[in-house]
Ligand binder design. Structure first.
Ligand code: WT7
Length: 664
């Protein structure tokens, strides 16, 4: 990793054409944020603009001065769905393609225009209304990457319902916890779907989850609306023997049937600027998921503005974001950001490896994609198949490449640029979080000279600061905690039903600042390099989870007395889970137990959380006060004997034992 390796930006005729104009605009956005954001908000529709003279962005980030809050455009009235669809149709762009839908099977394709999408959304919004959904009600969406997932989200936004999308790879336990936490009234899902060659019987997972919701939390949802997707009603009645049919006549409804009996127009519900738009769960360091709440006006303006500048979006572009709708990237840069800009996107529901390892490249060539946004873990896993898979396809339409989810290593960055981008594309390494709503540190493709692995500079209105352990500001080159002195319109507003936890998680460590949980380094040119999480969080293939969450799952096994989990660097996944378990006196550690524990974590959290290694640890390295020293466990996991200072350990002999039982 070299600080001095620099690549010139390649996007010609960009909205922000050079570094000087970025610097000028950024300075202006900090000096007078209200003018900057008012200008950006002008492209959107406001049923009622904010009262004149009132400040647009107000906040308090210091809990000692009262409640932490951020408000943007209070008093303004709008509707996010109206801005995503209606205005484009009204302005004569109804026939523009909103999504090229590409299924798991390359032959399974469809096109949806803005006008068609509006029709689908109106109908489905009426279905939700028919079943009693009103402004402020929660609707949980657990679906793969099908058009109807987007339809469900926009239908909620249209009528003021709050959607909570949960990734369709979570276990029934994780789902149940989320359904209950947001008190979802309706659940939207699909019967079954293919992920590569694997059939996922999602409705059955939902069934298990709903059973848990009723027995464990004594809560009941009203309706579950099911998209047949594949394996239609016929299958439910015994078509494909692989699919086990589970159906509850009093509660379950078929999506298609419901849409047949409703009106094809639905008036929008006009919303206050600070009304919630959606909840999205993210992992918390206690293991309890946090329902991150995003609101209307600030999120909309921020999603729209970041999409426009960071991808240098032009009406001639075709945009392809590979993120799942279940994550924040899917929300901001697959749905709201692109739609607010009337963009044409590819919505892909398969995997990069099916039917072969060139699926992404095939899609880029097929739709002449010009902006491609993906994750380092995908880049690394595709790299290993060799350049031929890429070279087989004409990728000359590409002009901008994006990366998100974790720090991108230099090797992957260079491969992305030279092999995928043929040395002709700018790369935007976008740093952000579920909490931030949109990009906060990122290059701009026409302006920022790129350093491989550096997310570079803050977006407009964003002011990053590095702090040391004592909370003192680090000026110039240095490394520390990444914090933000002021909010931007798209920052989260609270944790659902738990404002106290919101304040404690993000504002207690450094009062007056929003703390990301990440560390960063600033080099001599002012570039920021994200160094990763400084809290007990793990990032496996871009999925964030906490050590506590995995430890909690392991501890549920009757054989386990105690568990400690650390991240171990992994060539493809970025990080992988390495678990240390102490077995009860009544049990023995063996391979069977290790397999059971892996399965338990999958069942409790989801397949993406499956541990790579389980190590027998008759003793864990603890301080005299009983705190587990994860720093030492990380050294054991990587096989690094240089464990550093061990003087605070209660028993130093533990270290030898840990190394003796180490998994290769
Ligand atoms: C965490 C947030 C943002 C959408 C996907 C993940 C890490 C994300 C980068 C990047 C270095 C990154 C951070 C962050 N991260 N993007 N470009 N460079 N690290 O959303 O699940 O909320 O995870 O992902 O550690 O805190 P998330």
């Amino acid at each position: 990793m070299s600080d001095r390796e620099v690549f010139e930006p390649l996007a010609r005729g960009a909205l922000v054409p050079n570094l000087a104009s970025y610097r000028r605009l950024h300075a202006r956005s900090l000096e007078d944020p209200d003018t900057f954001w008012a200008e950006e908000a002008r492209n959107l529709h406001w049923k009622q603009p904010p009262p004149s003279g009132a400040p647009l962005l107000t906040y308090n980030l210091d809990p000692s001065r009262g409640q932490v809050f951020t408000r943007f455009m209070p008093g303004a009235i709008t509707n996010v769905c109206y801005n995503a669809l209606d205005i484009h149709v009204l302005r004569g762009n109804g026939d523009r393609v909103a999504y090229f839908c590409e299924g798991n099977d390359p032959k399974d394709v469809a096109t949806v225009t803005y006008k068609e999408l509006l029709g689908l959304v109106c109908r489905f919004a009426n279905v939700l209304k028919k079943h009693g959904i009103k402004k402020g009600d929660s609707v949980l969406i657990c679906m793969p990457m099908v058009t109807e997932a987007v339809v469900g989200m926009l239908a909620c936004a249209r009528i003021g319902a709050v959607h909570s999308v949960v990734f369709a790879g979570f276990s029934a336990d994780s789902l149940a916890e989320r359904i209950y936490d947001c008190r979802a009234k309706i659940v939207l899902t699909v019967f079954a779907f293919w992920r590569g060659t694997k059939l996922i019987e999602l409705k059955n997972i939902i069934e298990d989850a709903l059973h848990k919701v009723e027995t464990k939390y004594t809560y009941k949802i009203n309706k579950c609306i099911v998209l047949p997707h594949i394996n239609t009603v016929a299958t439910a009645n015994g078509g494909d023997p692989k699919v086990r049919a589970s159906w509850n006549n009093a509660r379950d409804l078929w999506w298609v049937d419901e849409c047949e009996t409703v009106d094809n127009f639905c008036q929008v519900e006009w919303m206050d600027a600070e009304d919630p738009l959606f909840i999205l769960y993210t992992s918390g360091s206690t293991g309890q998921p946090k329902g991150v709440v995003h609101t209307t006006a600030g999120y909309l303006v921020y999603a729209s503005t970041t999409f426009k500048y960071v991808f240098d979006y032009k009406p001639s572009d075709v945009y392809f974001c590979t993120a799942d709708v279940g994550w924040i990237t899917g929300h901001t840069y697959l749905v709201y950001g692109p739609l607010a800009n009337c963009a044409t996107s590819v919505l892909f529901s398969g995997t990069p490896f099916h039917p072969d390892n060139d699926r992404f490249w095939d899609i880029i060539a097929k739709y002449r994609v010009s902006i491609f946004y993906t994750a380092p873990t995908a880049i690394r896993s595709l790299m290993k198949f060799g350049d031929e898979y890429v070279k087989r396809h004409d990728l000359s339409s590409l002009r901008i490449l994006g990366s998100v989810g974790e720090p991108i290593n230099r090797e992957a960055w260079l491969w992305f640029r030279s092999v995928v981008g043929n040395n002709k594309c700018s790369i935007v390494d976008t740093y952000w979080q579920t909490e931030t709503g949109g990009h906060i540190i990122t290059p701009l493709p026409g302006a920022t000279p790129m350093k491989p692995g550096s997310a570079s500079f803050p977006f407009f209105g964003v002011e990053p600061t590095l702090l040391d352990d004592n909370g003192a500001i680090i000026k110039g080159p240095g490394e520390g905690y990444l914090v933000f002195k002021r909010p931007w319109p798209g920052i989260m507003r609270t944790i659902l039903n738990n404002h106290k936890r919101f304040q404690e998680t993000y504002f207690a460590k450094f009062p007056g600042y929003f703390f990301t949980g990440d560390g960063a380094r600033r080099d001599q040119d002012g570039y920021l390099w994200i160094t990763g999480r400084v809290d007990d969080m793990l990032n496996v293939s871009g999925h964030l989870m906490s050590t506590a969450q995995v430890e909690g799952a392991l501890a549920e096994h009757s054989a386990i007395a105690e568990a400690a989990v650390v991240a171990r660097p992994h060539p493809i996944k970025g990080e992988s889970l390495y678990c240390f378990v102490t077995v009860n006196k009544t049990h023995r550690f063996d391979n069977v137990l290790a397999q059971e524990l892996k399965k338990l974590v999958r069942d409790k959290i989801g397949a993406f959380a499956a541990p790579d290694e389980i190590q027998n640890a008759p003793n864990l390295p603890k301080t005299r006060s009983g705190k587990i020293m994860r720093r030492i466990l990380r050294k054991v996991a990587t096989g690094d004997r240089d464990v550093g200072d061990t003087s605070t350990l209660a028993d130093e002999n533990v270290i030898e034992e840990l190394f003796a039982n180490r998994r290769p």
